[in-house]
Design a protein. Sequence first.
Length: 207
Amino acid sequence: MVSLRSLRPVFVLFFMAIVVMAPGARAQSAQDASAMVSSLANRALQILGDKSIPLAEREANFRVLFTENFHIRSIGVFVLGRHWRRATPAQRKAYLDVFERFIVKTYTVRLRQYTGEKFKIIRAMGPDERGVYLVDSEINRPDRNKISLSWTLRRAKAGLRVVDIVIQNLSMAQTQREDFAAIIRRRGSIDGLISALEEKMKKLDKS
């Protein structure tokens, strides 16, 4: 399995070139990162676990929360890898649009499994010399194994933003990068990837 710390050299330096702290922005601490993750996770689980509203509405509410707290563009560029440089402006725009919808759908399906459980911060670290914050957490499930989640955050112009979550030692960003590369190899183009992501979302809707 891939660990958060082993993945740092792969994508943290990449994010540094994209996510830049605004001049004069207040310096955040590990406690700020911990508080952000705690609030984000608890709100996400509450939104997705509210069975009193339709799933489509829950997903829409989660999408707002997600876009406010994740640096989606930098994640999307990292996930596309070297193919980003080859993409036309039109392809980049179309890709980022479908990627946002796809990643929200993916996290919705994944986190929906853990609604109703208790979320707990284990420790928070950072920033390191590259401006990266790490927050280790877990979801406690009665009579079942705990679920570990490790969050990577960076400072952006609007404040701290999440750039990856490692769930049970599996990086979501790195996993998607490998999956997308495989799809492009099979389908031969970024346009083929975009079509494949649309197809995947239809399948996730049925899950």
